[in-house]
Write a protein that binds this ligand. Sequence first.
Ligand code: PLP
Length: 383
Amino acid sequence: MAKPDKRIYLSPPHLGVDERHYLEEALQSNYIAPLGPQVDAFENEFAETVGVRYAAALSSGTAAVHLALRIAGVTTGDEVISQTLTFVGGVNPIKYLGASPVFIDSERSSWNMDPDLLADYLMSSSKTGRLPKAVISTDIYGQCADLDRILGICDQYEVPVISDSAEALGALYKGRHAGVGAKASVYSFNGNKILTTSGGGMLVSDDKELIDKARFLSQQARDPALYYEHSEVGFNYRMSNVLAAIGRGQLKVLNDRVSRKREIFEEYRAALSGMPGVEFMPEASYGTSTRWLTVLLIEEDKFGAGPLEIVEKLEQSNIEARPVWKPMHLQPLYKENHIVGGRVSEDLFNRGICLPSGTAMTSVDIKRVIDAIIKMHKDNING
Ligand SMILES: *Cc1c(COP(=O)(O)O)cnc(C)c1O
């Protein structure tokens, strides 16, 4: 059967009006290079928006996690704590450095790292004298982790916290922007994120030395000399001037994008929250989620279909939906690694589904998704 309607994507790019203007500036100036005035401006504007002192624009969020861990001194044989319910890009850099991740389960209220489990683990690892080298706290699906609690716990053991806020740019935690307060924080401008440069990332910190070091490492770690002199291994991780121009335009529409994401969530909630077996991702009391993706939990016996079936059926209507992140401790790549708890993230994975949440979606598009879900329920319950 032919696919009937235009495709509705999960979270496609959504351009504002100023990107063209900054791009034109970049083209006119011939700065079609890595680095340049657009990168400097993007870093400054980004730091100001988020409320931190320094920012380094990089080629991806994954690169930003890698540099943050490397600067924290993570090396072969070390342990790094990570949330199990996350995207692999925030975890693989631990492996790049020869270290191993220890995974912590989520709490129900935010779906992010459970601070009690973190406290237990740090307490027991301090007794054996083998503390992790760093903790990566993740802000999943646009919702901030309970960062002050996590920082308080980690401070007791002097373990640095890196915030992976790749999915939460624009979210607030006790009035601060996502990630603010951590030793360093990471954001992503991949094509599916709330703002995009087609691909890119940002590492921020209030520590000037840390960001200087990130810039140095991201440009092949070239020592200050006229000739090419290198005393440590660097990377080619800098953002290009052309992409930074797009980022500057995107930054201007951040507030609009957050409002629209939240409206989309409310439209879904108004139409679907009364259905049997349907529950929406909670919003933790300490903050404001961007609702980067609208996420639901489905109880198969009550609703009549499970998340995988719903994803498949929506696909037949040319609608892109996705299951919730598969926890890292269930991945073939990481199944040998230590997991603390695990039941909560497993449950969220088994029941969770992410609905199309692109900010350019119209109410007609949203209704198409809603109608398809309601029809599925009726067909399955009656049939
Ligand atoms: C997207 C994402 C990343 C990686 O960012 P890229 O820019 O795609 O490399 C890291 N962590 C999380 C939680 C993400 O969602």
